[in-house]
Write a protein that binds this ligand. Sequence first.
Ligand code: 13P
Length: 226
Amino acid sequence: MKYIIGNWKSNKNIVETRDWFAKFTNIYSKQKETISTANLTLVICPPFILLPLAKELRDKYGLPLSLGVQNISPFVEGAFTGEVTANMAKEFAQYAIIGHSERREKFGETDNILSEKAKRAKSASLTTVFCIPGPETPVPVEADIVAYEPVWAIGTGKTESPQKAGEVAEYIKKKNPGKSVIYGGSVKAENVNSFLSLGSIDGVLPGGSSLDPQSFFDIVLNASSL
Ligand code: 13P
């Protein structure tokens, strides 16, 4: 089983989300007889505010997509203005991205805060996709999937070499037994199988190429041929 987890980051509004789901459904329904997604777990992570709509459209079109959040509150509930808790998210999502390097760098999220977030996600039965910029970054015991995303490969069009990514994934697995490891950083249809064909890499986390329904579908299509 390989994961393909699309991180929309801070992109799209309601109109654009409707458009993505309509177009993806159109593309997918034309080819669904010829591709098998049985060995793939497909996840889309829209901004919080679009999750109810994404869930509604996913259900309406009968798409084989799970949903995830891109962040979660480190607190259970209460007087924490602006925070979205794991209990709120779980009504719409099955996955939670935690510790993305953009959260670490631009929002000052520390290992301690991220460890609290992983606890909240776990107790709400969300599957945690815990992002780390390098193999030595601590991974909380509650994390389910570790996403290795070198900062220099994010949004740059440059990827880690598959061989190096595979070695890092093996190292992360030795350090954190029992966890799946996925790769993120400029993943697209043309390079996805160079990562997924490695036994040590359990999936990918595309950002930019998940925004366009055709690009995301092409990733799925290529991965389904493995
Ligand atoms: P890009 O695929 O746009 O490089 O983004 C990767 C990423 O940060 C996914 O979380």
